[in-house]
Design a protein around this ligand. Structure first.
Ligand SMILES: NC(=O)c1ccc[n+]([C@@H]2O[C@H](COP(=O)([O-])OP(=O)(O)OC[C@H]3O[C@@H](n4cnc5c(N)ncnc54)[C@H](O)[C@@H]3O)[C@@H](O)[C@H]2O)c1
Ligand SMILES: [Zn+2]
Length: 334
């Protein structure tokens, strides 16, 4: 299926299709040169499948992991584009997870003031979340996503077949973002996830997640309002992520922990059970004081508190301003 996402400057298509990797150039019809960006953890066969369909391509592989989402990799990518004499008619293609997508997207956004960017996400997290919405960024001086741009892809190709090589933990990490979106905006998806094994209905899960995110980013491209709903579980989740470090807990796992603090009663129970079912954490042994401090230093902090998303009933959400003492109480479970 094809999902069209409208942006302020036009629109782009997301093709969601099994075996789409083998049809990349049938879909994209690339004429100029392509820089294919990937990382060392993405199975090489995917990259080769893409590159052999494009007449004139250069492959750039950087070491896998968030630690590569930095200025050095960015600079190397720019150098590769310049050395190979890429110009405005050429393009950048990301084949990989969210790190690859962010790296490649930011490079495409800034090289010669912007060249075409295509995204072929290969992790569940990137398929349901980071490949849609036009955010690109790199980390800087220890701050996540500090330098970046809103830059829309020209097209996105999602092939669920590539998920077969993901570890279960990486799969569940991405699923946490779908659970997040279902909890705030789609009770039907939430119920589906409760009733079925996620892997058995993954095409449906990806499709429904994309439709939720499409609705949100079309309404609020630059995150001035509604888009903040995507931060459900992220307010405390990010702070946990900062304190524990990425090696210990994955992003989706921190979001799972964060969701537990932003729901209550029966709704919390349902979220908790769905997280447990998908081997996502519902509590962890982190330093609450440090998390509290990290929250106060978050770039989203506002005055004497933070804005957070709360889910009262599955499929519905509310924005809440929480003062620091309230956050402190929530963290301490009082
Ligand atoms: N731009 C956005 O809107 C947005 C949204 C959410 C997250 N992000 C960013 O996304 C990043 C996280 O993305 P991620 O979770 O995809 O991490 P990731 O890109 O690091 O991928 C996780 C690991 O999986 C490997 N991998 C990728 N595809 C694979 C496959 N098909 N089979 C086996 N292994 C595979 C990678 O090599 C990597 O080691 C973060 O940097 C985050 O800031 C961006
Ligand atoms: Zn997230």
């Amino acid at each position: 299926m094809v999902i069209n996402v409208k942006t302020s400057g036009g629109s782009y298509d997301i093709t969601l299709k099994r075996n789409a990797l083998n049809e990349v150039n049938k879909i994209l019809n690339i004429k100029g040169k392509a820089l294919i960006v990937t990382d060392s953890g993405v199975p090489r066969v995917y990259v080769e499948t893409v590159s052999k369909q494009i007449e004139n391509s250069v492959i750039y592989i950087f070491p896998q992991g968030e630690k590569s989402k930095n200025f050095e990799t960015y600079s190397e990518l720019l150098k590769t584009l310049a050395e190979n004499k890429f110009d405005r008619k050429d393009c950048v293609i990301a084949v990989g997870g969210g790190v690859t997508g962010d790296m490649a997207g930011f490079t495409a956004a800034t090289y010669m003031r912007g060249i075409d960017f295509y995204n072929i996400p290969t992790t569940l997290l990137s398929q349901v979340d980071s490949s849609i919405g036009g955010k690109t960024a790199i980390d800087f001086e220890g701050y996540k996503n500090l330098v970046g741009a809103f830059y829309q892809p020209k097209a996105v190709i999602i092939d669920p077949d590539v998920l077969d090589t993901l570890t279960d933990r990486q799969f569940n990490n991405g699923l946490a973002e779908s659970i997040k979106m279902a909890a705030t905006s789609d009770s039907e998806l939430f119920t589906l996830l409760e009733e079925y094994n996620a892997k058995d209905i993954i095409d449906k899960v990806i499709e429904k997640s994309l439709l939720i995110k499409k609705t949100v980013v079309e309404e609020d491209e630059k995150e001035t309002g509604l888009r903040k709903v995507l931060n459900f579980g992220h307010t405390i989740g990010h702070a946990i992520e900062t304190v524990t470090g990425l090696d210990e807990l994955y992003h989706g796992e921190c979001v799972a922990l964060g969701m537990m603090y932003m729901s209550s009663g029966e709704t919390k129970e349902r979220i908790k059970n769905l997280l447990i079912k998908n081997k996502l954490p519902i509590n962890a042994d982190f330093d609450k004081q440090k998390v509290f401090e990290a929250l106060q230093h978050d770039k989203k902090a506002a005055g004497n508190g933070v804005n957070a998303v709360f889910v009262k009933d599955i499929g519905e959400f509310e924005f809440k301003f929480l003062e620091y003492f309230e956050i402190d109480n929530i963290l301490r479970g009082v």
